[in-house]
Design a protein around this ligand. Structure first.
Ligand code: BEZ
Length: 257
């Protein structure tokens, strides 16, 4: 059984699926790195609404998904009733069957406690098991973060917590090696990411993913801050009626002896 223990941010799953489908669409290429084999036991760590869990299962693996958000898990279970999903904390989970692989797309940048996550992954894997992950790496959304921070200073907002963890390859692979993993692949690369919904794309993205920066503000101040961030980023991040987020990804494959 997976251990349901933790819940952080509340997610609007309908908006997530309608306006941010690029999250799992980009994740599909990570599946080729995972290369699920028929019959393998694979955990999708931070499965969100389950699209990639289902794609892992479609390749013949026995896939299950966990996520910290009850709303995400409820939606995943509704969409894919044939699969097993559970609410669980990536820093404190257990599995009842040893795994061939742990897969994670676009999640680990929300969890600064990398060591605790890696410990759980190590304990969940069989000897020879693999961990395949992609998330935001060092310098991810740097332009957006700078614009947000400058805007918050300009409107004299109290210091807002930055919820994101964007490690370098060196930092993250060292954590893996310290826990006995062999890192067989690691890459850090820019992936400029067009946001959905045209001119509203950046505002939607900020409201979905950067809400903790804005949480200290009233509703009207939040709108003001978003307009200022848009103004600051328009020359660099808006092209052909589309906002482009300056994503930089880290990808790793690590195996256990
Ligand atoms: C990312 O996928 O890199 C990301 C998503 C939300 C917030 C920050 C980064």
């Amino acid at each position: 059984m997976l251990n349901p223990t933790w819940n952080t941010q509340t997610w609007d799953t309908a908006r997530y699926e309608q306006q941010h489908s690029f999250v799992w669409q980009y994740g599909e290429s990570l599946l080729d790195l995972l290369s699920p084999q028929p019959g393998e036991q694979i955990l999708d760590l931070g499965c969100g609404t389950g699209q990639l869990t289902e794609k892992i299962a479609a390749r013949g693996a026995i896939a299950q998904g966990i996520d910290a958000s009850p709303a995400m898990i409820e939606r995943a279970q509704q969409s894919y009733p044939q699969l097993r999903f559970a609410v669980a904390d990536a820093r404190n989970f257990q599995v009842d069957v040893p795994l061939d692989a742990v897969f994670s797309n676009a999640v680990l940048h929300w969890i600064p406690e990398a060591e605790a996550v890696i410990t759980c992954i190590r304990q969940a894997l069989k000897p020879g098991g693999r961990f395949v992950a992609e998330f935001g790496g060092q310098g991810n959304v740097q332009g957006i973060v700078r614009a947000l921070e400058q805007t918050l200073v300009a409107i004299a907002s109290p210091q807002a917590p930055n919820p994101w963890y964007f490690p370098s390859i060196g930092e993250y692979t060292t954590c893996l090696e310290q826990q006995g993993f062999t890192v067989i692949y690691a890459a850090l690369f820019d992936r400029p990411t067009p946001l959905e919904s045209g001119t509203a794309g950046l505002a939607n993205w900020l409201q979905m993913f950067a809400s903790s920066f804005l949480s200290q503000l009233s509703a009207s101040q939040q709108q003001q801050a978003i307009r200022q961030v848009e103004q600051q980023l328009r020359p660099s991040h808006f092209q052909n009626d589309t906002w482009i987020a300056d994503y930089r990804r880290i990808r790793v494959i690590a195996t256990l002896a």
